[in-house]
Design a protein around this ligand. Structure first.
Ligand SMILES: [Zn+2]
Length: 403
């Protein structure tokens, strides 16, 4: 049954509009005072709601797998990040209401919300063996909301909750495009959600060795009602025997937790540590444009310095002082070299994370930055050059900038 037949229509979604304001306030919070990066992990389903049962070969279902991955991820975060606060919507086999999952993020001023799930095909016998891979969902933007399939199984358990009509009366997916599309376009959190989703997919592919099914848009309650950047990850298909074995194994669960840990680290470096909190609340959001931006390489970084002095004036050519490189993301606040720098960015190359000072438009400015870097103890720092987001030879770049 389609959800649109079930939910009451609400003409005004005033609660959503109000929370937009809270969202930008939360995003703009100052990190200088030692505030912690708050991560809310939401293991899907639980209790009476088993989630997908996969191939049916086992008595351990989606609700068990996602809880184990969430607990492993919590451990990784607590052990490896000193300025993080991790909250779980459940720690045992219980069923939290959808609204309580969302409120764990909204009422605790969370920085990100990650709902963790496993996937399944409808026809397990026919499609199970051939469908595999990991995907991540973000809340649909206006353009897409009109054309999207409204119902998805991840919303379904909501209707088993007592008083669900009253609790979720403002959530009418069939009205999304017409009634609240415009305010959705203004949701500053969508852009951050897409960044987080992209990082999660990179983690699933690189560290989890999963097939990358990409970042997708959907109308899901947990990503709709959260006022903070929110994603719903589908770790893999329990309807696929091989993927089910992987996700049930200790090693597979650890690998998926590690994938998400790396995504969270990357997100934190970009949006929290560098005190870059995303676009202003009224910036227009376009899914396709953001996705195009994400596919670039150095474009993953944002200029943390003064934009007027650090532009790309000479045909998209710019320079960066590279400080360190690492096979994994590092905590820029505690890493011995990076912690001496006010703002740090990174790009990825050959599987390595390369941390740099903010980009500059001329080689001369890069040279000044390089001597600053060396005086701060970054003895092996050097200058790298880019053209249109692609790394180029420094000598070639100097010709282009006439230096
Ligand atoms: Zn699920």
């Amino acid at each position: 049954m389609m959800l649109k037949n079930i939910f009451f229509k609400a003409a005004l979604l005033s609660s959503l509009l109000l929370t937009t304001v809270q969202s930008s306030a939360a995003q703009g919070k100052n990190t200088a005072g030692g505030e912690k990066f708050t991560v809310v992990l939401d293991p899907g389903h639980g209790g009476h709601d088993a989630g997908t049962v996969g191939t049916g070969r086992r008595k351990i279902y989606e609700k068990h797998v996602v809880l184990k991955v969430a607990l492993k991820l919590e451990k990784l975060l607590n052990e490896n990040m000193d300025d993080v606060r991790v909250l779980l919507t459940r720690r045992t086999d219980v069923y939290p209401r959808f609204i309580d999952r969302v409120n764990t993020a909204n009422k605790n001023d969370a920085d990100i919300f990650i709902s963790i799930h496993c996937n399944s095909v409808e026809n397990v016998k026919r499609d199970g063996p051939r469908v595999r891979g990991a995907e991540t969902y973000v809340m649909a933007t206006q353009k897409a909301a009109a054309n999207l399939e409204i119902s998805k199984k991840e919303n379904a358990a909501m209707m088993l909750e007592e008083n669900y009509r009253e609790t979720y009366k403002n959530f009418d997916p069939s009205d999304l495009a017409s009634n609240i599309g415009k305010s959705l376009e203004q949701f500053s959190t969508i852009k951050n959600s897409i960044s987080l989703a992209t990082m999660a997919q990179e983690g699933f592919e690189d560290t989890g060795s999963r097939k990358n099914l990409g970042v997708k848009q959907a109308v899901l309650y947990v990503t709709y009602a959260t006022v903070v950047p929110a994603v719903l990850v589908e770790l893999g298909f329990l309807s696929n025997p091989e993927e089910e074995d992987f996700l049930h194994s200790e090693k597979g669960q650890q690998q998926m937790a590690q994938s998400l840990y790396e995504a969270i680290s990357k997100y934190k470096v970009r949006f929290f540590d560098s005190r870059q909190h995303g676009p202003k609340a009224n910036a227009p959001v376009d899914f396709d444009a953001i996705m195009a931006e994400q596919t670039g390489n150095v474009n993953q970084t944002q200029p943390a310095g003064d934009k007027t002095s650090a532009g790309e004036h000479s045909g998209g050519v710019y320079y960066c002082v590279q400080l360190i490189s690492s096979p994994k993301t590092v905590n820029v606040k505690t890493e011995p070299t990076l912690r001496k720098f006010q703002s740090v960015e990174y790009y990825r190359e050959n599987g390595m994370y390369k941390y740099t000072m903010p980009k500059t438009s001329t080689f001369a400015k890069a040279q000044q930055q390089l001597s600053q870097a060396k005086s701060k103890g970054a003895k092996t720092a050097f200058i790298v050059a880019f053209r249109d987001g692609k790394k180029i030879d420094t000598a070639a770049a100097r010709k282009l900038t006439g230096e």
